[in-house]
Design a protein around this ligand. Structure first.
Ligand code: SIN
Length: 275
């Protein structure tokens, strides 16, 4: 297995592996280490059925069934992320990490490209560990003492960004269903000990104990800070490419710059192993 970094802050391509077959514990251990070190890792030229993608994902933990976005009929843990030529909006078209609106958020996502546009449709990633490390010691210490409230409602409520009409994906609305859950604003990676900012432009509502109005200036500052170019990398997809990112320390952004073309991806989302 050869590993090649793609940018200064995060991201590495992993070469010379075929993820479709029986994978040894050693190989999974090496992938797990690369994932912990680089935060997002990329594989090229893979050929995975949904069942093979599920099997690969399950080597890292139990797989999540998205509460609002329907999965495949025969594999509910596999979410198809599709933008049809007639769709105007895409899924994931803003900075976020996946599933922070859950009581127990996901640890990672594994996205496989089935069909990609001729141009456009890249995904951007931003290291929230690098973003945290670039803050002043004073603000770091303040944030380490704070929690933030997350909810699906801004995204999945009837008026939310993802609830807008589209042809390609079945998204149910979260009205009355979405809970509000509190998470620390700084997460410590359980394997590396590295600290990362954990706020989410899509799902963070307010800082715990602060009103939304009081929270806004600090959250807005962090949202702007955390997407600085120096913390990012960019992935150009080809059919058969895979990105596997750490939702505890990475934001991502699916660019919507390919109108009139089709893009079809499949995602599995890994939950933490229950304690
Ligand atoms: C997502 O937010 O999971 C989608 C990312 C992408 O389609 O590139």
């Amino acid at each position: 297995m050869k590993i090649q970094r793609v940018a200064g802050a995060l991201g590495a391509e992993v070469h010379d592996v075929d993820l479709s077959g029986e994978l040894s514990d050693n190989l999974i251990g090496a992938i797990r280490s690369a994932f912990a070190e680089h935060q997002v890792i990329f594989f090229r030229d893979q050929s995975l059925t949904p069942a093979q993608q599920l099997a690969f994902g399950r080597r890292f933990g139990p797989l999540n069934i998205h509460p609002y976005v329907a999965g495949m009929d025969d594999h509910p843990e596999v979410m198809e992320i599709i933008k049809e030529p007639s769709d105007k909006i895409n899924f994931g078209g803003g900075w976020h990490s996946d599933m922070s609106f859950l009581e127990t958020p996901s640890i990672g996502s594994i996205l496989y490209a089935v069909q990609v546009p001729e141009f456009g449709g890249d995904t951007l990633f931003a290291s929230q560990a690098a973003a945290f490390e670039a803050l002043s010691p004073g603000l770091q210490a303040t944030l380490e003492g704070l929690n933030a409230v997350h909810s699906a409602e801004r995204e999945y409520a009837p008026t939310g960004a993802s609830a807008q009409k589209r042809e390609s994906m079945k998204i149910s609305d979260a009205e009355g269903m979405a809970g509000r859950f509190t998470h620390p604003m700084v997460k410590v990676h359980p394997e590396t000990g590295r600290k990362a900012l954990y706020v989410n432009p899509a799902f963070t509502m307010n800082i715990e104990g602060w009103s939304r109005r009081e929270s806004r200036p600090l959250l807005d500052y962090l949202f702007e800070h955390s997407r600085k170019e120096a913390f990012t990398c960019r992935f150009r997809w080809r059919p058969g490419s895979i990105a596997m990112w750490d939702n505890r320390s990475v934001w991502h952004y699916a660019l919507n710059d390919y109108h009139g073309q089709r893009r079809h991806m499949r995602r599995v989302t890994v939950d933490p192993v229950a304690a």
